[in-house]
Design a protein around this ligand. Structure first.
Ligand SMILES: [Zn+2]
Ligand SMILES: [Zn+2]
Length: 241
């Protein structure tokens, strides 16, 4: 089993990541990735790019040095109603959309409130991936979130950076195990993302893959082991718009 698509990465545009798009692509190529999703932080992240940044991706080639490029975003969930910081008009032009809860942008609420935020954001037809839902700083009802992901054709992310010892997120290992158990039971698809903020982390998924082995998570439920399977899934929600 090999991860051929990295579904989550950041460039210098995010304000706290340190490589250019081209440097990230070169690293992806070296790691043997077939497709790289560039998902810079959305405007409400301090230091993040303005929405104009997300409107001009047409200037970037779809394939660079043999690596297919998806230009997307990691949205900020702004409130418990699931509002986000780019309009549907902008999102409709992007290749890949992650929605995440960042405590720098919104103070976590109760489990019920946080869960409501995730459930509501999945009703957004452009949100294809839920980013790092295992962060213990933002407790949620995994069962409810995974069921909704399955129902709405949204992917649950297993975030490799969350599992690094240096991560600022909390209880990520035990939460990721719980999350994977629920995904297995519900037969919900997951995606493994590096959440790289520098070149060396692109396509690096070791911590996530170790956990996959440990909990014996079914490989067939990991979407980014196959480029076509990944692309087909990413198109599912948008078909109904
Ligand atoms: Zn994030
Ligand atoms: Zn990220």
């Amino acid at each position: 089993m090999e991860i051929l698509v990295d579904t989550h990465s950041h460039t210098i545009a995010s304000g706290h990541a340190y490589a250019t798009i081209n440097e990230m692509i070169q690293s992806a190529k070296q790691k043997g990735l077939k497709l790289l999703c560039i998902t810079d932080h959305a405007p409400k992240m301090p230091g993040g790019p303005d929405n104009v940044y997300f409107r001009n991706f047409k200037v970037i080639d779809k394939v660079v040095d043999g690596v297919e490029i998806f230009m997307g975003v990691e949205l900020n969930i702004l409130d418990f109603d699931g509002n986000v910081d780019l309009t549907n008009d902008v999102l409709s032009k992007l290749d890949g959309v992650i929605a995440s809860f960042h405590t720098i942008c919104i103070k976590p609420g109760t489990i019920e409130e946080n869960t409501r935020a995730f459930l509501n954001v999945m009703d957004n037809p452009y949100v294809q991936i839920i980013g790092h839902p295992e962060d213990g700083k933002v407790p949620i009802d995994f069962e409810a979130v995974v069921k909704k992901a399955k129902e709405t054709n949204t992917l649950i992310e297993l975030n490799n950076s969350s599992l690094k010892p240096t991560s600022s997120r909390v209880n990520t290992r035990e939460n990721a195990i719980k999350l994977l158990e629920v995904c297995k039971k519900e037969e919900a698809f997951i995606t493994i993302g590096s959440d790289a903020h520098f070149t060396t982390s692109v396509g690096t998924h070791d911590f996530a893959l170790n956990l996959i082995e440990e909990v014996k998570f079914p490989y067939e439920l990991i979407i980014n082991t196959d480029v076509e399977k990944f692309k087909e899934f990413m198109g599912r929600k948008r078909k109904n718009i």
